[in-house]
Design a protein around this ligand. Structure first.
Ligand code: 72W
Ligand code: MG
Length: 326
C-alpha cells in the first residue's frame, strides 16, 4: 500500500509527514475518520491542518480500492481450500481425486521415489525387525498421518484378522499385494506350516512387499508371485502343487474381482468351505462382483460394514463361503 505525503506549511513547522494511503482513503470515504489521517502523521499535523497540503499518492486511487476486493478474493480462496480439504477427508471420490491424482504424483516427482518405497523406508526406520505388529503400526501411522495409501488399514484389518482366525486356513491366496500390509496381517495369524501366496503384477511393489514381509519376520510363510492374476491363477495348481485354497483375500483392481473369482472356480481352486473375503465392495465398489456373490447359489455371502482405510468414508468387506455339503 502506498503512502501519502503531508507537507505542513505553517511558518513555525514546515514538517513533512507520511500517512498510509489507505488511511487517507478511508478518511475520505468515512468523514468520522477524518482526524486519523492527520493523527498518523503526528499531532502537529492536525493542529496545523489549515496550513497543510496532501501530495497525491504515488499509487493510483484505484489500487487502494482493490484492497477490499483482494481480501474478499483471499477469503473465497481460503473457503474453497477448506471445502476441498473437508471433502477429501470425508468423500471417497474427492479423496481418490486428491490422493491418487495429485498428491502422489507431486511427491513422486519431488522425491524421485514411489509411495510404496516411501512406506518401506518408514517401516525400516521405525519398526522393530521381526515384529509384525510394529510393522503394521508403522505403516498405519505413516498412512494416517503423512501419506494416504490403499492398504486395508487397521479397522478393516480387524475384520480380516477375525475371518482368518475363524477360518484357520492352510493355503491362502491374496490377489493384489501392493505393499504387503494385508499379507503381513494374514501371515502373522496363520497356523504353523500354513502358506500364503500373493499375486502382484507390479515388480517394484512386489519387491517392496518382500522387504516389508521380511522386516516383519514372515518371509518363510509367504510367496509373492509377480504377474497378472489372469496369467498366474491357471498355473497355480501345476506350479505350486496346490489342490485348493482355504481362504482368498481379494484386494486388486475392483473391475477384476468377478473375472478372477470365476477363474478360480474354473481352475477348481475352491472347495466347499473355502472363504473369500473381498475388500472395498462399497468404496470404490465392485458392484458386478457383489451382485454375483449375493445371487449365486454357490455362495453364502455376508457384508461387514466398516470404513475406508485412514479416512471417515463408508466402506465394507464381503465374506463369501462355498457351503459345505452335509
Ligand atoms: C496392483 C483400492 C491390480 C496394486 C494392487 C482400497 C496382479 C481407494 C484399489 C483399494 C495390483 C494386480 C491394486 C492384477 N496384480 N493388481 C492386478 N490388479 O494390486 C482403492 C482404494 C482403496 N494382477 O484400487 O499392482 N486397489 C489394488 C482409493 C478408495 O498393487 O484396494 O482399499 C479412494 C481412493 C477410495 F478415494 C487396487 C489383475 C490385472
Ligand atoms: Mg483395498
Amino acid at each position: 500500500m502506498g503512502r501519502k505525503v503531508l507537507i505542513c506549511r505553517h511558518f513555525l513547522c514546515y514538517s513533512i509527514g507520511r500517512c498510509s494511503s489507505y488511511t487517507v482513503y478511508k478518511a475520505e470515504v468515512y468523514p468520522a475518520l477524518y482526524r486519523s489521517r492527520y493523527r498518523s502523521c503526528g499531532w502537529r499535523a492536525w493542529r496545523h491542518r489549515s496550513h497543510c497540503i496532501w501530495l497525491s499518492p504515488q499509487v493510483p486511487e484505484s489500487d487502494h480500492r482493490m484492497l477490499p476486493v483482494l481480501l474478499v478474493l483471499g477469503a473465497v480462496l481460503v473457503a474453497v481450500l477448506l471445502f476441498i480439504l473437508h471433502r477429501v477427508r470425508t468423500d471417497g471420490a474427492w479423496a481418490l481425486w486428491w490422493h491418487d491424482n495429485h498428491l502422489e504424483k507431486l511427491k513422486d516427482f519431488l522425491s524421485g521415489t514411489s509411495r510404496p518405497v516411501r512406506i518401506l523406508h518408514h517401516v525400516q526406520k521405525v519398526a522393530q525387525y521381526g515384529d509384525a505388529q510394529s510393522v503394521l503400526s508403522a505403516v498405519d501411522s505413516y498412512c494416517s498421518k503423512i501419506e494416504w495409501a490403499m492398504n486395508v488399514g487397521d479397522l478393516k484389518g480387524q475384520i480380516l484378522d477375525a475371518v482368518v482366525l475363524e477360518t484357520r486356513p492352510h493355503y491362502v491366496l491374496e490377489l493384489g499385494t501392493y505393499c504387503g500390509y494385508s499379507t503381513v496381517r494374514i501371515a502373522r495369524l496363520l497356523p504353523p506350516g500354513a502358506r500364503l501366496f500373493s499375486i502382484e503384477m507390479n515388480p517394484q511393489y512386489a519387491q517392496v512387499a518382500r522387504e516389508i514381509i521380511q522386516h516383519a519376520g514372515l518371509d518363510a510363510k509367504v510367496d509373492i508371485l509377480v504377474g497378472c492374476t489372469s496369467d498366474l491363477i491357471p498355473q497355480l495348481k501345476k506350479k505350486l502343487d496346490i489342490e485348493k485354497f482355504d481362504f482368498v483375500f481379494i484386494d486388486h483392481w475392483k473391475v477384476s474381482y468377478l473375472r478372477d473369482t470365476k477363474l478360480l472356480e474354473e481352475c477348481d481352486l475352491l472347495r466347499p468351505g473355502s472363504v473369500l473375503l473381498a475388500d472395498n465392495v462399497t468404496c470404490p465398489g465392485a458392484p458386478d462382483y457383489l451382485h454375483y456373490m449375493r445371487t449365486s447359489p454357490r455362495y453364502e455371502s455376508q457384508y461387514f460394514p466398516s470404513r475406508l482405510e485412514y479416512l471417515q468414508v463408508e466402506d465394507g468387506m464381503e465374506k463369501s463361503v462355498t457351503p459345505e455339503r452335509p
